[in-house]
Design a protein around this ligand. Structure first.
Ligand code: FE2
Length: 322
């Protein structure tokens, strides 16, 4: 494996990074991305919030668009990095560019860039209302925030030996969820089944989330993953699905812009109020807007086969027929 290619610090104090024919530079306000046929600028705020999620989710399911030009596609072992690939104008002008990397190389490069480009006080996972700004000359770092533990239960939160519930000792209640009751269910297991029967208060658990737009795995049953998350402001990536993804709006409201995955042309605007259920098809991209901190349950299908089944037409891009 090739090592991360990073320069010594440039004039704003940040390192440049090179991955294949892509080059990355940050200044006080922007990330600058160049590739053989083009160049692109993103606000450093947008770039770091998206980069944080791509790193923490290990490139997630399908496509992580940082914006309408730059992003990654997960092939589960390798990752495509692209510019203009899902942008009709770039493709028509033949300015788009894609390169495939072994996952460890792009993972390590993105981790190093995220750590070097994140200043003291800026938390890319936090709501913009709950963090300092990312701008300016390099000052300090926030390694503990950008490498924070991501919840991935192997069975379920609260099961002995699995991810623990959250308490005052580990997570304070978010300012927007002060009214969420904190009682926990009583579990009376038959003797000998104490490790098999478990329950926890999911609303209380989510009320203590210190991150936004970060689906964490709280339960896993074969390929069925419950990935609830708390949302405030705007999803920092435009997620392109390679499989169906269900949403259950647990509280408050999120508005989704849904576009064609490959061209970005608008397909739907979905307003989800508390209690609403929706399924995002396997051929779209979507970005959400949450005016007040809300709770969303994302239900993922982690099957290794489903992408190929959809690609070859053996499974539909939508989940259910009425
Ligand atoms: Fe998504």
């Amino acid at each position: 494996m090739t090592a991360v290619e990073a320069s010594t610090a440039t004039s704003a104090g940040y390192q440049d990074f090179t991955l294949g024919a892509f080059h990355f530079r940050r200044d006080e306000f922007f990330a600058h991305v160049t590739w053989p046929t083009g160049q692109h600028m993103l606000s450093i705020d947008t770039f770091l919030r998206a980069l944080q999620r791509d790193v923490a989710w290990d490139f997630f399911y399908g496509t992580v668009n940082f914006d309408a030009v730059f992003g990654t596609v997960n092939h589960y072992g390798t990752v495509d990095m692209f510019a203009g690939r899902f942008n009709e104008a770039y493709r028509k002008a033949e300015l788009d560019h894609t390169e495939n990397f072994e996952t460890p190389l792009i993972r390590d490069t993105f981790k190093a860039m995220l750590d070097n480009w994140t200043n003291e006080g800026f938390d890319p996972f936090a709501s913009p209302a709950e963090t300092d700004k990312p701008f300016g000359m390099k000052h300090g770092s926030n390694t503990s925030a950008v490498t924070r533990h991501r919840v991935t239960a192997s069975r379920m939160v609260s099961v002995p030996g699995d991810e623990p519930i959250r308490t005052d000792a580990t997570h304070s209640i978010n300012r927007m969820f002060a009214d969420v009751t904190q009682d926990e269910p009583e579990v009376h297991a038959e003797a000998g089944f104490e490790a098999e029967v478990a329950a926890f208060n999911l609303y209380a658990y989510l009320s203590r989330s210190d991150v936004t737009w970060n689906p964490s795995v709280v339960s896993q049953c074969k390929a069925s993953l419950y990935c609830p998350t708390t949302e405030e402001y705007i999803l920092p990536v435009i997620h392109g699905n390679d499989r169906v993804e269900w949403f259950v709006q647990l509280s408050d409201e999120i508005v989704w812009d849904v576009q064609d995955r490959d061209t970005g042309s608008p397909r739907a605007k979905v307003t989800m109020k508390a209690g609403d259920v929706a399924a995002m098809p396997g051929d779209i991209r979507h970005q959400g807007y949450s005016p007040k901190r809300s709770m969303l349950l994302v239900w993922e299908n982690a099957s290794n086969d489903v992408v190929e089944l959809i690609r070859t037409g053996k499974a539909p891009t939508y989940p259910v027929e009425f």
